[in-house]
Design a protein around this ligand. Structure first.
Ligand code: UD1
Length: 434
C-alpha cells in the first residue's frame, strides 16, 4: 500500500503538462489489435490501468513494443488466443473492450467480467445487447465469472442503447467496424474519448460517422491497416488540477489541453469566482484563484457529455466544501459515488449525503488534515485536493487507486509548489478501477 503525506495550505503556482486521456487510450489499445499491421500510439498516459491492458494483449500473443513511457507500437498479427481471464485484468473496468475487439478480429472471445471502481452496480447489459444485435452469441458464465462470445457471421444492425453508455458505445464500435454492412448506434454516448476512439479507428481505415453525436453510423470494412495516432489530452486530469488550484488557491497554467472539453468544469469554477483563461494558442488554460478570497456556492448535477462529468463529481465537492454558503452536488450516473464524503467529514467538512444521490454541502472556512483513506480513483483525487487546501498534515492511505488513473500525480503537484510526498507502507495492493 502506498500513501501520500501532504502538508496543506500551500498555494499552487506554475505549469502542469496534462497527459493523454486514459479512458480513450484503453479503447484505442483494444482497437489496435484489430489489424495485423503495426499501430503506433503516442501521448499514452503511463498509468497502471494502461499497463494492465497492454499486459493483457501481450498475454494473448500481441506484440507490444514500449518505445518510451508515452509511446507504444502494437501488432495484433501474432494473436493466438481469445481467452483473457487473468486475475489482474478482472480488476480494470476496460477489460470489456477486449470482448469487442476479439469479436471483431476473431469472431470469438472469452473475457473475465470487468471489475473496476466500486461506484455502483455497473452492469454490461448494453454491451451484450449490442453484440447480440450484430449476431454474436454471448453467455455470461457465473461459475468462472466470464463472458463467452462467438459469431460466425458478424453483420451490422440497428442498436438503440437504453442508457448512453460510454463503454457500450466504444465496445460496439470495436466489434462493428469489421462487420458486414451498416451498424447504427442510437442514444450513443458523446464523450470526447468516444470521438477519439472513432478517429483512431478511422485512421486505420474504418468508416465511422457521427461520433460525438447521439447517432453513430459504422459502415463495415473488409480489413483495417496500421496507423500512427496521438491520444487526446485527459479531460479529467485537467479538471482535477483546475479543482486543486481552486481549492488550494494560486495561479497555474495547464498545457496540452482542449479547452472545449473542459467547458462544464470551467463554467462551474467561474461561477464560484475562479478565473479561467484560455490561451490564444487554444491548447492551454490558466486557472487563477486569489489567495485570501473565499469562493462561492453552486449546484452541480452530473450528466453525460457535454454535461458535468461524473468523474469530476468528487473533486468539485472538495472545492465547494470550502465555499461560502450552501451547495448541492447530485450524482445521476452511478449510485455509490459518495464514499469519500465520510473522509472529508473527518477533516471537518460539513456535508450530508441524501439517498447516496445528493450531497448537501454547508461551506466551512477551513478543514484540517488527518489520517484518511482513498475509496476509489476519483475520490482519491478529491481527498488529495482537500488535503492540499487543509491546515496541517494529512496522511492519505491507499493512493494506489490514484496511480491507476493519474500519471505522477504527486510529482506534478510538487512541481507547482505542493508539499506532498509518497511513502510505501507494504505491497498488498490489489485494487479495481473505473
Ligand atoms: C466509463 C469510464 C468511467 C466514467 C463513465 C461515465 C472507462 C474505463 N470508464 O465507465 O470513468 O465514469 O464512463 O462517464 O472509460 N450502464 C448500464 N448498462 C450497461 C452499461 C452501463 O446500465 O451495459 C449504466 C451504468 O450503470 C451507469 C451508466 O450506464 O449508470 C453509465 O455507465 P458507462 O457510461 O457505461 O460507464 P463505464 O463505461 O463503465
Amino acid at each position: 500500500m502506498n500513501r501520500y503525506i501532504i502538508n496543506g495550505g500551500k498555494s499552487l503556482h506554475g505549469d502542469v503538462v496534462i497527459g493523454g486521456a486514459k479512458n480513450a487510450a484503453l479503447g484505442i489499445i483494444a482497437g489496435a489489435i484489430l489489424t495485423d499491421e503495426p499501430v503506433t500510439i503516442e501521448n499514452l498516459p503511463d498509468v497502471s490501468d494502461i499497463n494492465v491492458l497492454l499486459d493483457a494483449i501481450k498475454g494473448i500473443g500481441a506484440t507490444v513494443d514500449r518505445i518510451d513511457p508515452h509511446k507504444v507500437v502494437i501488432c495484433g498479427k501474432t494473436i493466438n488466443s481469445v481467452v483473457v481471464k487473468s486475475e489482474v485484468i478482472q480488476k480494470i473496468r476496460a477489460s470489456y473492450y477486449l470482448l469487442g475487439a476479439l469479436i471483431g478480429k476473431k469472431g470469438q472471445a472469452q473475457v473475465a467480467m470487468p471489475g473496476g471502481c466500486d461506484i455502483g452496480s455497473r452492469p454490461i447489459d448494453q454491451h451484450l445487447k449490442g453484440f447480440r444485435a450484430l449476431g454474436v452469441n454471448c453467455d455470461e458464465n457465473e461459475k468462472d465469472n466470464c463472458i463467452y462470445a462467438n459469431v460466425t457471421n458478424l453483420r451490422g444492425n440497428g442498436i438503440f442503447l437504453d442508457v448512453a453508455s460510454v463503454g457500450a458505445t466504444i465496445n460496439i464500435m470495436l466489434a462493428a467496424v469489421l462487420a458486414k454492412g451498416q451498424t447504427t448506434v442510437e442514444n450513443a454516448a458523446k464523450e470526447p474519448h468516444i470521438v477519439d476512439v472513432a478517429n483512431f479507428l478511422n485512421s486505420m481505415g474504418a468508416r465511422i460517422k457521427g461520433a460525438g453525436t447521439d447517432v453513430i453510423r459504422i459502415y463495415g470494412v473488409e480489413s483495417l491497416r496500421g496507423t500512427e495516432y496521438s491520444i487526446i489530452p485527459d479531460q479529467i486530469e485537467a479538471g482535477t488540477f483546475m479543482c486543486a488550484v481552486a481549492a488550494a488557491k494560486g495561479d497555474v497554467t495547464l498545457k496540452n489541453v482542449i479547452p472545449r472539453h473542459l467547458e462544464a468544469i470551467s463554467s462551474k469554477l467561474e461561477e464560484i469566482g475562479v478565473r479561467v483563461e484560455e490561451s490564444a494558442s487554444g491548447d492551454e488554460v490558466r486557472i487563477v484563484a486569489e489567495e485570501g478570497t473565499r469562493l462561492g456556492s453552486s449546484t452541480v448535477r452530473t450528466r453525460v457529455y457535454p454535461g458535468f462529468p461524473t468523474d469530476m463529481q468528487p473533486q468539485i465537492t472538495s472545492v465547494l466544501m470550502l465555499g461560502s454558503g450552501n451547495s448541492t452536488v447530485t450524482e445521476t450516473i452511478f449510485e455509490n459515488r459518495f464514499r469519500y464524503v465520510e473522509e472529508l467529514r473527518k477533516m471537518g467538512a460539513d456535508i450530508d449525503v441524501k439517498d447516496n444521490k445528493t450531497a448537501k454541502i454547508h461551506g466551512v472556512e477551513s478543514v484540517t488534515g488527518t489520517h484518511i483513506e482513498v475509496p476509489d480513483l476519483r475520490a482519491g483525487a478529491a481527498l488529495t485536493i482537500a488535503a492540499l487546501a487543509a491546515g496541517g498534515q494529512t496522511v492519505l492511505d491507499w493512493i494506489d487507486y490514484i496511480e491507476r488513473g493519474y500519471e505522477d500525480f504527486d510529482g506534478k503537484l510538487r512541481g507547482i509548489g505542493a508539499d506532498i510526498v509518497k511513502e510505501t507502507v507494504d505491497d498488498r495492493s490489489n485494487l479495481g478501477t473505473e
